[in-house]
Design a protein around this ligand. Structure first.
Ligand SMILES: *Cc1c(COP(=O)(O)O)cnc(C)c1O
Length: 772
């Protein structure tokens, strides 16, 4: 295993390519670079690119901290003995260091130590006193921890004003949504999704609009940029220190501008925050007058503050130029990464990466060191972020995937509507899971973030692996020619819906979709139409195999059905929804009367011409027709037995193998050819062959399905759906394997009919539901 891994890392380091030297300027001098290399010997061949998640601590700092902790005796700072004295001295010095690091002092700000930026935000949320009619206004593309403040604000009766990207320019206008009401205004210094920086001059501009207190979320910005509180003075600033120094985790701060605390009302009092408190008799307590003493409930994290003090000292000597240098260095690297990824093009000139950014990395005042992207194949379909993550892990490149706790930025950059987000949630997708594509669209992305200790080699490692694994330099083998076995082997190991088909016209070709709405009969429009030889008898492939060459495309948005046939021009008909203007007729399908309507002469003639049978008609089933299953209770379209036919890809792969072993060469059918013959609606990957036979109830995304039993196959599976030719396989093998029982695939119908327009998505998890 070790040998295997080290070979992979060899590959990773040998992925040197014609990197674009001209797009990169070294900011650190040679001595600093050497020093950093020594400080991070533990990285070996890893390219760590999740600095926005947590940056890395230098090894020398760990030694400095460990000797400090070994030598000194630190007691609880609330006591008065000498060891306690030492702790409180260090804590107070560190408080000053925090302030001077941000260009200010205790004359202007106070530092409340917290467990992190999130706790700092929660303090403001819980203690801010909104005056009557005031608002909580926040940038929609903020961290979840900023968005969450609104829950408290709403409870206190404040108006909630989310500010979306489109509204940004207008917030300083006369009639802007943040008028004179005032209240609390929150925005991030830097977006933790895209790295976009917001102008800090806004702090003052917002104040000029009224009685606003400004909350600056500097957690991401302060990690790699100099934040100077001598030129701006937000009322509240929140910070997490591990994002700046890599340690200590569990320590952050709320910086409060002196005077701004008047808007903070604290109710709870914990140990260390009072001058006196009566336990009973009288409900009296007196809070401590010093701001941070009132807000730091209980024993503060004094040993972590000792570590923080060491970190300030250590970093002061680590990088000449300090945070300004870090800002320039990280920006140069990120810009280089951005340009390198942007320039990768497939053989057909389609770009490999879609990069989520707003300013083309023009300057470090507008952009921080984050490159957020998804990859696309040459055929322009998205590659799921889980697939990218797997290969990154294999090549020792550490990136972050998902939505990064920034739902607003994720929504805008990935172009999702609120409805779609809700649908994805109903379909089983939650924050932080591995469902990367739903309905062919990404649910998240890949984020590479750069830190003070990153190098150009780290960027090259990512670009090199992306190029090696995903760049298509020649037209690749069509997935439809791959053996099913290979497809299943490469699929995700969790059961997922991998493909979705409908057949709008009974017995005609398939329409493959990535997501589709459901109604009480199943997939909307599936077998909604039929070709009839007279007013009522359906024509099928059994007597007319070339029907499979008619390709229907149902366009629900424009309410039309298009039909195509090789060598003929397409025909389109509108979908009939209004009964009144049309004569309906009824027809018998499998012995049951069905309400139908004729679709007119034009399409009728087209069908007769295509199929070379005179007198054909196209009939549409009325959407409110209540045809039911013979056995069972589900409503049915014009399909024979059930709403959905489901097959496991493993079952198909197993059949493919059996056919290959026993069939004559000219009878062999495999890959897409075999798959298409079964005319199923759903293909599931990630479970063993024939698992679907055992399952009575399953849930695909948010859709609950019950089994209607196995599908008994007929000669239809012997028709090559791509040509209309007949073969004896795979029916011969299916019959032989089942000792005459010709079953393959399982019928399912909905447990309850779905609320209208619920969608089913390719990529949804498939869960087995236990029933007694
Ligand atoms: C990381 C981050 C937070 C939350 O920080 P925690 O350390 O998890 O409390 C908030 N806002 C932004 C912009 C961040 O990057």
């Amino acid at each position: 295993m070790l040998h295997f891994l080290s070979r992979l890392s060899d590959i990773a380091t040998s992925l040197k390519w014609d990197s674009r030297e001209m797009d990169f300027e070294e900011v650190y001098d040679a001595q600093t670079r050497e020093r950093l290399q020594r400080e991070f010997s533990r990285l070996k061949d890893v390219a760590y690119l999740d600095h926005t998640g947590a940056t890395l601590y230098p090894e020398g700092l760990v030694e400095a901290i460990s000797s400090d902790l070994r030598i000194n005796l630190y007691g609880n700072p609330h006591a008065l003995n000498s060891s306690s004295r030492l702790s409180s001295d260090v804590v107070e010095q560190t408080r000053e260091r925090v302030l001077s690091f941000f260009g200010t002092s205790s004359l202007k700000y106070d530092v409340i130590f917290t467990s992190g930026a999130t706790q700092a935000l929660a303090i403001v949320a819980n203690c801010f006193s909104w005056r009557d009619g005031q608002a909580y206004a926040y940038f929609a593309e903020s961290h979840t921890s900023v968005v969450g403040v609104r829950q408290v604000a709403a409870q206190r009766g404040a108006k909630i004003i989310p500010i979306t990207q489109e509204k940004i320019e207008s917030i300083f206008n006369e009639n802007s949504p943040i008028g004179a009401v005032g209240g609390l205004f929150a925005f991030p210094g830097q977006c933790n999704f895209s790295g976009a920086k917001y102008p800090l001059e806004w702090v003052e501009k917002i104040r000029q609009r009224g009685d606003w207190s400004v909350l600056l979320d500097a957690a991401s910005l302060a990690a790699t940029s100099r934040l100077d509180l001598s030129s701006i003075s937000p009322d509240f600033v929140c910070i997490s220190f591990y994002k700046i120094f890599g340690l200590p985790t569990g320590l952050g701060a709320l910086l409060v501008r002196l005077g701004a605390e008047e808007r903070l009302e604290k109710n709870y009092f914990g140990g260390g925050t009072v001058l006196m408190a009566l336990a009973s008799g009288k409900l009296r307590h007196e809070s401590r007058p010093v701001l941070h003493e009132r807000f730091e409930d209980g024993t503060i994290n004094f040993l972590d503050i000792v570590q923080l003090g060491q970190a300030f000292k250590y970093f002061a000597n680590l990088i000449p130029g300090g945070m300004s240098s870090v800002e320039e260095h990280t920006f140069q690297l990120a810009r280089y990464l951005f340009l390198s990824l942007r320039d990768l093009k497939h053989f057909n000139d389609k770009p490999l990466a879609v990069i989520y950014q707003d300013n083309n990395f023009k300057s470090k005042t507008q952009q921080g060191p984050i490159v957020n992207f998804n990859l696309k194949r040459a055929n322009e379909t998205f590659i799921g972020f889980s697939e990218v993550l797997h290969l990154c892990n294999l090549f020792n490149v550490h990136v972050r995937t998902g939505c990064f706790c920034n739902p607003g930025a994720c929504q805008r950059h990935l172009k999702m509507t609120v409805d779609e987000l809700e649908q994805q949630f109903e379909a089983g997708h939650v924050c932080g899971d591995a469902i990367d594509l739903l309905g062919g669209r990404p649910t998240g992305s890949v984020r590479a973030s750069v830190g003070y200790c990153s190098t150009k080699e780290d960027m090259d490692a990512l670009v090199g692996l992306v190029k090696k694994c995903f760049l298509e330099t020649t037209p690749s083998k069509d997935r439809s020619d791959l053996r099913l076995e290979n497809l299943e082997t490469n699929a995700s190991k969790e059961p997922r819906l991998s493909r979705l088909f409908l057949y709008p016209v009974k017995s005609c070709g398939a329409q493959e979709v990535q997501s589709w709405p459901l109604d009480h009969k199943g997939l909307v429009g599936d077998r909604g139409w039929m070709v009839a030889t007279d007013a009522s008898t359906p024509l099928t492939q059994k007597t007319c195999p070339r029907m499979c060459l008619i390709k229907p495309t149902l366009d629900l948005e424009n309410n039309v059905l298009h039909l195509s046939f090789p060598g003929m021009s397409d025909v389109s008909i509108s979908i009939l929804n209004d009964r009144s203007s049309n004569d309906s007729s009824s027809s018998k399908i499998c012995g049951v009367v069905v309400q139908m309507v004729d679709c007119g002469d034009q399409v009728a003639e087209w069908l007769s011409l295509a199929l070379e049978i005179s007198g054909l008609r196209l009939l549409q089933q009325w959407s409110d027709d209540l045809r039911k299953q013979k056995k069972g209770n589900a409503n049915l379209s014009l399909s024979n037995q059930s709403q959905f036919l489901l097959v496991g890809l493993s079952s198909l792969a197993s059949l493919e193998k059996q056919v290959a072993e026993s069939a004559a060469e000219d009878e062999c059918c495999e890959g897409e050819n075999l798959l298409q013959r079964f005319r199923c609606n759903m293909i599931v990957t990630g479970w063993p062959a024939f698992e679907e036979k055992m399952l009575r109830v399953i849930k695909i995304g948010g859709v609950l399905l019950k089994s209607d039993g196995p599908c008994t196959r007929c000669q239809m599976v012997c028709i090559d759906q791509r040509k209309g030719d007949k073969t004896v396989e795979p029916l011969r093998t299916i019959a032989a394997a089942g000792q005459g029982k010709m079953q393959f695939g399982i019928y399912y119908s909905q447990f309850r009919s779905m609320r209208d327009n619920q969608n089913i998505f390719v990529g949804s998890p498939v869960k087995k539901i236990e029933v007694d």
